[in-house]
Design a protein around this ligand. Structure first.
Ligand SMILES: [Zn+2]
Ligand SMILES: [Zn+2]
Ligand SMILES: [Zn+2]
Length: 142
């Protein structure tokens, strides 16, 4: 990330109506520096083992609630990625698909791949779509 200044991180938090805490700054910094899908395990790794786990869960929940990050639907590990949409609101517009490599577990946001519209029977109301494609990544298919 080119302009990863402390002011930028603080601005991003403020913009999403999140109070500045050293922990939030630290977690957001990891997301911005890595700019990819982060599992709980990798977040723990980058934050260091002294970082309080409960605080991490609370921070991630707050970020998700404010539309800063979104959760990747994965039954095995909880992973999160920065949201790319501009809307700063409680309702995310993350209707993109995700890809997961079945060999190395690499997970990526396919921001350009929209989830196809699914027409439900009238009696149901859709609230959230999860679309995850499993397969082999570039390195693993070699
Ligand atoms: Zn979002
Ligand atoms: Zn792979
Ligand atoms: Zn995503």
């Amino acid at each position: 990330m080119a302009h990863l200044k402390k002011e930028n991180i603080e601005h991003l938090l403020r913009e999403h109506q999140l109070k500045l805490t050293p922990q939030r700054v630290a977690v957001l910094k990891v997301f911005l520096e890595r700019d990819k899908v982060m599992s709980l395990a990798s977040l723990n790794k980058y934050l260091g083992k002294d970082f309080d786990r409960i605080t991490l869960y609370r921070t991630l929940n707050a970020f998700e609630e404010k539309g800063l990050i979104h959760k990747i639907p994965d039954k095995e590990v909880a992973s999160y990625a920065l949201c790319k949409h501009d809307s700063i609101s409680h309702s995310h517009e993350d209707n993109h698909a995700h890809f997961k490599c079945t060999s190395c577990s690499l997970t990526v946001c396919l921001d350009e791949v929209q989830i196809p519209q699914i027409v439900l029977p009238k009696k149901f109301k859709a609230q959230k779509f999860n679309f995850i494609v499993e397969g082999l990544c570039e390195d693993c298919k070699k």
